[in-house]
Design a protein around this ligand. Structure first.
Ligand code: ATP
Ligand code: MG
Length: 150
């Protein structure tokens, strides 16, 4: 069934805002025509829930998380930006390996599988993922997926 991408993302943003309560403020913005697209809801849920849960898990309380969707020129760009602990440069090339966790996670719990799963979901969808991060400043994850309207 055709997916209303704007509503879909907005609902996920709402769910994560409810989940974190007053600990974080999650903003959601959308640009471009994002309706009636052909995307797999489960893959998309897998991608976005992992990125948003990382943003929540690895950032201080309170802080802002920015979630943006942009549909343009046949590409959907999903961006999740946090003001968290960031990822040391030396760890950044390993993030898609199963069980890999960066050296600065401290006591924050995790299996190190989330981004490995996300990478596979993005690949299945013919998309790309990019992670930019500075330690103690924050992390921006950008996923681009080809857009097919139905
Ligand atoms: P889980 O399998 O429960 O998701 P995880 O969060 O540790 O465990 P990934 O989501 O795969 O595993 O992330 C891998 C590592 O990348 C994390 O352990 C953390 O070191 C780093 N990381 C991922 N996202 C962020 C983020 N937004 N800010 C800071 N570090 C991050
Ligand atoms: Mg994770």
């Amino acid at each position: 069934a055709p997916l209303h991408l704007e509503n879909f993302c907005s609902e996920i943003a709402d769910i994560f805002q409810m989940r974190t309560g007053s600990h974080h403020t999650i903003s959601f913005t959308v640009q471009g025509e994002c309706n009636h697209v052909q995307m797999d809801e489960d893959l998309l849920t897998c991608i976005l829930t992992n990125l948003l849960s990382n943003a929540i898990k690895y950032s201080p309380q309170p802080s802002y998380i920015k979630f943006d969707l942009n549909c343009n020129n046949g590409i959907a760009t999903f961006q999740v930006q946090d003001q968290g602990v960031g990822i040391p440069q030396k760890d950044q090339s390993n993030l898609f390996q199963s069980f890999y966790r960066a050296s600065n996670v401290g006591r924050i719990q995790g299996t190190g599988l989330g981004l490995a799963i996300v990478k596979r979901c993005v690949d299945l969808h013919g998309g790309e993922i990019q992670i930019e991060s500075q330690q103690n400043i924050g992390t921006t994850v950008t996923v681009t997926l080809p857009l097919q309207f139905v």
